[in-house]
Design a protein around this ligand. Structure first.
Ligand code: GLV
Ligand code: MN
Ligand code: MN
Length: 408
């Protein structure tokens, strides 16, 4: 059984790093805040009796040795970076529960055949570089030179940010794990939705993760004087953008499962009396079915093209990331279900709308996830909350699932 007070204390201490006066937590990858968070989490890993290292993409890893160190590792974890003004549970709960589970096992003298590693992945959220899951891509060996060239708001590339934080971007291939080296990857995470709450359940078993497409829409028009340019003589990219945003909403709503979001919008030059010259906005489009998602993507692109022709403006759609939906393995789901039975915790199966690092690891190993109830389904928001009781249940299910996986 895990120690819920210690888990809660760790969650609270970590929440002080990156805390914003205007609300929430901002802990971006390769930042000073992330460094501080890693140092603190690393000290807890050591307290838990784990051997700690950081790999070549900055993933922080704590290892509990197995009775047979040659067996593949059972990997558990999540992330400790955040979105801008995010909450305190998205990511940290999974990492800290993993450490807590291993500390509880060590304190109770519980040995496993397989080595177990808990990982805090580098940059799951993608908030800084519009590229998520950097650490897990590194572990899967799919982090490319192009990825490393993506830049943040200040024009700093992933490679530059890595170098500044003491990592060598030329060495990233050494973070790659071999195919048979991981028995399974298991992540505990808050649900970030309302399903568990509506069923009055504290814990859920994830069947699969919806895949996101991220794109940047750039629309070039012509800047002009707001007072002297007649409405019939404008090439206003924002008017086109607003029509496209309506299309995104309409097309995503049609399927019943797709979600489409425009979360960033920038006008250049951005003057009150100037018709914009350029508009840039982001698209985040997801579905648990790749086919349905890709169909909606095509619909949006086709209609956006015709809208831009109609308004006499130029449209460029830049790809930022494209991640396939990821099914969770039957093996992990079965072990989690058995863990819930052992602990007498009622549960259900549900899919994840949010993206998670496991999506990058599907070629490497079976993956699975445990969800913990979120209050009001709120996430990516300072009001994000899960109760101590639910966190305790989730961490105990995590611990028991690891033990079940060890016997497989
Ligand atoms: C991360 O939380 C994402 O799903 O974008
Ligand atoms: Mn997360
Ligand atoms: Mn998140």
């Amino acid at each position: 059984m895990i120690n819920e007070e210690r888990l809660w204390e760790h969650l609270e201490s970590l929440s002080t790093i990156g805390k914003q006066e205007t609300g929430g937590i901002t802990r971006l990858s390769f930042s000073e805040e992330e460094r501080q968070a890693k140092d603190l989490v690393s000290s807890w890993m050591k307290d838990a009796g784990l051997t700690v290292r950081e790999d070549e993409v900055g993933n922080l890893i704590g290892r509990k040795e197995g009775l047979d160190p040659h067996l593949p590792v059972i990997l558990v974890g999540s992330h400790i970076d955040s979105v801008y003004h995010g909450g305190n549970f998205d990511g940290p709960l999974g990492v800290l529960s993993g450490i807590e589970a291993l500390q509880a096992m060590n304190e109770q003298g519980m040995e496993t055949q397989h080595p177990i590693e808990v990982v805090a992945f580098t940059d799951e959220e993608g908030s800084r570089f519009s590229l998520g899951m950097i650490g897990s891509r590194g572990m899967a060996g799919t982090l490319t030179k192009e990825h490393l060239e993506q830049v943040d708001k200040n024009g700093i590339s992933v490679a530059e940010a890595m170098s500044k934080s003491g990592l060598d971007p030329e060495e990233i291939q050494h973070a790659r794990r071999e195919k048979d080296s991981i028995k399974a990857y298991l992540e505990l995470h808050i649900e970030q939705g309302k399903i568990l709450e509506s069923k009055n359940l504290s814990v859920g078993i994830v069947s699969g993760i919806a895949g996101p497409i991220w794109q940047k829409f750039i629309i070039n028009g012509e800047a002009g004087h707001a007072g002297t340019t007649p409405m019939t003589m404008r090439r206003d990219p924002l008017t086109a953008a607003s029509a496209i945003i309506q299309v995104i909403n309409k097309e995503a709503s049609k399927t019943g499962t797709t979600v489409g979001t425009v979360g960033q919008l920038e006008l250049v030059p951005g003057g009150i009396n100037v018709i914009p010259e350029r508009v840039e906005f982001s698209l985040d489009l997801r579905d648990i079915s790749e086919e349905v998602r890709d169909h909606v993507e095509l619909e949006i692109a086709t209609q956006a093209k015709s809208i831009c022709e109609q308004y006499g403006v130029e449209l460029i759609i830049e790809p930022l990331q494209r991640v396939a939906p990821a099914p969770c393995s039957d093996l992990v789901q079965t072990c989690t279900s058995a863990a819930c039975d052992t602990l007498n915790i009622e549960t259900m199966t549900l899919s994840s709308g949010a993206g998670h690092d496991g999506m990058q690891l599907t070629e490497l190993c079976p993956i699975g996830m445990i969800f913990v109830r979120s209050k009001n389904g709120i996430s990516h928001n300072p009001a994000e909350w899960s109760s101590m009781e639910d966190c305790k249940n989730g961490a105990n299910v995590l611990c028991q699932t690891i033990l079940n996986l060890d016997l497989q």
